[in-house]
Design a protein around this ligand. Structure first.
Ligand code: ZN
Ligand code: ZN
Length: 527
């Protein structure tokens, strides 16, 4: 299952090499001075619109000539889609009125890799010319560009310069082969954006709603004009980041590793199993690979997964992969050893679990997760002004500052709610969660509890908690006290649905829950 979109490659009437790029509309502002002061640079991409299935009873037949000439067209039956409506929508956005062009040709069909949690969005690219497009005023929102000039734009990236979007890259640039000597093994679904960053979502034991961890691979042609610089912590011909797939995908990972050059560097952002489960495969296929990780991360990785040596990193080191530079960024918050990587050529930032493609990330209280460090790392990322964020779960984000500010805003509003709960009399972890997460499924309260504990620590550090709130007493309520109250609340909540279906079962389960709660409390007081 997938949804679809139509992307238009509109050729310049006076120059076949050039096509039309449209300035993409920005996500809405926050209407808060602090967040609105961080502005992503302009993003230019192909015009596109959602492509819906053709409804037989109401739609007129498609009159456009779609000269299907490509073998990929076999993957998609274009007659099933309402191409006319999608074209009209794009032309409306462009201010061209109704469809008056002709001779649209099928160019390419690209299936999106399964990033989740939403359905993949597959793209139909068509190419054609417009009648009288020369008359259009292209000053602000449109530009004619060639593939070559887009490529230069992307690869000679300027820190706050304009950016080229993913549709240009997956529709036009990737096929023009910019320098990858490594070919992704067939049948492996991946995305290359920004160019040079190959992202392969692989099934992993990650937290829902995600099902995959992004394996990021760099394997550029060696374009180094060896400047003699020797300040790299390691040099390699290929790099793999976060091999965290489930064992059923080890075969796929093995194919990837064996297809890569031997001089391989492996980087892990942190120790969670969904980021390191596949290390054993790399150790088996290429024992010469160099593993880079923070010391605190390495101490938490089992020797069953990686028993060879490693190179410790603490941040600010540079890695040379086939002449391309990546900078290691210390990024604690999610865990205390968490690291990120900045790819200098494209200025894309691999953020580990600091951000996820959708929703918010949880912090691991057992592995040094820390809210004030999480805020500091978020500001550090904003200062880096990346052109794209590559999370390990979900899609690449092309509005990095918007996303990072959204995280700051959500965390602050969560903290404001926690203060409100405490001012209203909440003293225990459970009381705070009942107030702050009243509209959230109780099953999620356990995962939320570690973030709330870290928020309370962060508020205490900033002296933002009411004076009569005892941190010590609060901490005493974070263990079994919380668990027993949650079990009772969850049990009675889910049982209220069952009442009427099986009263005997209900009574039995409630008695069981009560027993467990009593046992927990007894254990607590006899310790
Ligand atoms: Zn994690
Ligand atoms: Zn993860």
């Amino acid at each position: 299952m997938a949804t679809h979109r139509l992307a238009l490659i509109i050729q310049n009437p006076s120059n076949d090499d050039e096509f039309l790029l449209v300035k993409q509309s920005r996500p809405p502002k926050f209407h808060d001075e602090e967040y609105d002061s961080f502005v992503d640079s302009d993003l230019w991409d192909l015009p596109s619109a959602q492509l819906n299935p053709l409804l037989a009873e109401s739609e007129p037949p498609v009159e456009l000539e779609l000269a299907v000439s490509h073998s990929e067209s076999q993957d998609v039956d274009l007659r099933k889609f309402d191409i006319r409506s999608a074209l009209n929508e794009v032309f409306g956005q462009l201010g061209f009125g109704a469809v008056d062009g002709g001779g649209w040709k099928f160019h390419k069909y690209v299936k999106e890799a399964a990033f989740g949690p939403d359905l993949p969005v597959n793209t139909v690219f068509i190419v054609g010319k417009l009648v009288a497009a020369e008359d259009k005023d292209f000053r602000d929102s449109y530009r004619w560009k060639s593939v070559r000039s887009c490529l230069n734009w992307i690869l000679e990236v300027k820190p706050h310069g304009d950016r080229v979007g993913p549709l240009v890259v997956i529709g036009l640039i990737n096929e023009s082969s910019i320098s990858t000597k490594w070919k992704v093994p067939p049948a492996i679904n991946y995305q290359e954006y920004p160019p040079g960053n190959i992202i392969i979502p692989m099934g992993s034991r990650t937290l829902r709603p995600f099902h995959t961890t992004n394996l990021v691979v760099f394997a550029p042609e060696n374009v180094s004009n060896d400047s003699g610089e020797n300040n790299f912590i390691v040099r390699g011909d290929a790099l793999i980041v976060d091999p965290g797939c489930l064992s059923e995908f080890y075969g796929e990972l093995e194919k990837i590793v064996t297809a890569l050059p031997r001089r391989l560097v492996v980087f892990v952002t942190h120790h969670h199993p969904d980021h390191v489960d596949g290390l054993s495969v790399i150790q088996k296929c290429n024992p010469d690979a160099t593993l880079l990780a923070h010391e605190k991360t390495m101490h938490r990785i089992s020797r069953d997964v990686w028993s060879l040596g490693y190179t410790p990193v603490t941040g600010d080191e540079d890695i040379d992969i086939g002449g391309q530079r990546l900078r290691v960024i210390f990024a604690p918050g999610h865990t205390d050893g968490h690291m990120a990587l900045l790819h200098a050529n494209t200025h894309s930032l691999i953020v580990g679990d600091h951000c996820v493609g959708q929703g918010s990330a949880t912090l691991d209280i057992k592995a040094g997760g820390n809210m004030s460090e999480y805020f500091q790392t978020t500001y550090k990322f904003l200062e880096l002004s990346p052109h794209a964020l590559i999370p390990m779960h979900g899609r690449v984000n092309v509005w990095p500052k918007q996303m990072l500010c959204g995280y700051l805003k959500n965390r602050r509003s969560r903290e404001a709610n926690i203060v409100k709960a405490i001012e209203g009399g909440a003293k225990s972890l459970f009381d705070i969660i009942v107030y702050v997460y009243s509209d959230v499924d109780r099953r999620a309260w356990i995962a939320a509890s570690s973030n709330v504990r870290l928020h309370v620590d962060h508020l205490a550090q900033q002296h933002k908690l009411p004076k009569d709130f005892s941190i010590q007493k609060f901490k005493n309520t974070c263990g079994l006290h919380f668990l027993s109250r949650w079990i009772w609340a969850y049990g009675s909540g889910s049982l209220s649905h069952q009442i009427g279906k099986s009263p005997f079962l209900v009574a039995g389960v409630l008695a069981g829950i009560a027993g467990i709660a009593v046992l927990y409390c007894q254990r607590k007081f006899t310790k």
